[in-house]
Design a protein around this ligand. Sequence first.
Ligand code: SF4
Length: 63
Amino acid sequence: MKVDVDFAICESNGLCAGAAPAVFDLDEDDNLHVLNDRVTPDNEDQVHEAVRQCPRRAISLTD
Ligand code: SF4
């Protein structure tokens, strides 16, 4: 599975980076970066938590 962020609706609040810091990073200019877009057994719990916490529903997981 792959992580996809809809940057058009992301509000750069960093909640996903807090939930999954190995996958999402918010830089000092409040720009969100996807560091690793692959969902693996190592990060899947954190990624699902990031999806759950995103208030904009901007994160989707695709096959
Ligand atoms: S939690 Fe959602 S709205 Fe917030 S930075 Fe992440 S993708 Fe953007």
